[in-house]
Design a protein around this ligand. Structure first.
Ligand code: ADP
Ligand code: NI
Length: 217
């Protein structure tokens, strides 16, 4: 089967699998990451087929809903790619990307990298910042019943993995604990450029937020 056809069919498959998933990692997240990854890939020397497959399959199974099993994603992705007759070497590469890509993995020891991983990781991180990132953060906070802001609860910049998972802090704190740190973690030049713009937009948003909070504007 030709590569474009495989991509179209896998996209359709993923859309169906994720149609009932909570909003942070739903089909629309995948769709945005897929588009952003293609934009970044245009400026990089990468295998676009690998980039697109990894973007489409990177959140196919969330360890959070499988007792923290970090192998569930790569395994599911492998199964899907095999059923669409993707070659074993591509399957392997995509599974490695999914295994090592997440923000949590980057807090631990990372021992796999490739230009294709860098592109998809940038696209995934970009979706956590800017206008979309703000929407996702407040949507997540609402889902968890968090306050959106509380000036008496300062951000905690030294959280362990465990604390990060279990925090119940207001959503604004998440900007300082994660979102504003992402621009310095970007891999590619175009990723860095896009992150810079989205970062500035978040800073502007926070300025306006505090001004309104204090009744200054
Ligand atoms: P990923 O590993 O894909 O970045 P997460 O599951 O950590 O995803 O988060 C999914 C979305 O929810 C992201 O946009 C993230 O910023 C947001 N999110 C995660 N934790 C929090 C939090 N404590 N407060 C607000 N938003 C959060
Ligand atoms: Ni993602």
């Amino acid at each position: 089967m030709d590569q474009n056809k495989i991509i179209a069919q896998i996209a359709n498959f993923v859309k169906n699998v994720l149609k009932d998933v909570e909003s942070g990692h739903d089909w629309w997240h995948i769709n945005r990451v897929w588009k952003t990854a293609k934009t970044i890939a245009n400026e990089e020397k990468v295998d676009n087929f690998v980039v697109e497959l990894a973007a489409l399959l990177h959140d196919i199974a969330d360890p959070k809903f499988h007792n923290g099993d970090e192998e569930i994603g790569p395994a599911k992705a492998t199964e899907i790619m095999s059923s669409f007759s993707v070659s074993p070497s591509v399957i392997d590469h995509v599974a490695q990307i999914i295994r090592y890509m997440s923000f949590k993995a980057s807090l631990g020891k990372v021992n796999f990298n490739s230009p294709e991983l860098e592109v998809v990781q940038d696209a995934d991180r970009l979706d956590a910042i800017g206008a979309i990132g703000i929407a996702r953060a407040f949507s997540y906070g609402g889902f968890k019943g968090r306050e959106f802001y509380n000036p008496e609860v300062p951000p905690n910049l030294k959280m362990s993995k465990e604390e990060y998972k279990n925090t119940s802090a207001p959503t604004i704190n998440h900007f300082y604990e994660k979102l504003l740190l992402l621009k310095d973690k970007m891999n590619t030049n175009s990723g860095k450029r896009m992150a810079q713009e989205r970062h500035e937009f978040m800073e502007q948003y926070l300025d306006q937020f505090y001004a309104e909070w204090e009744g200054r504007k």
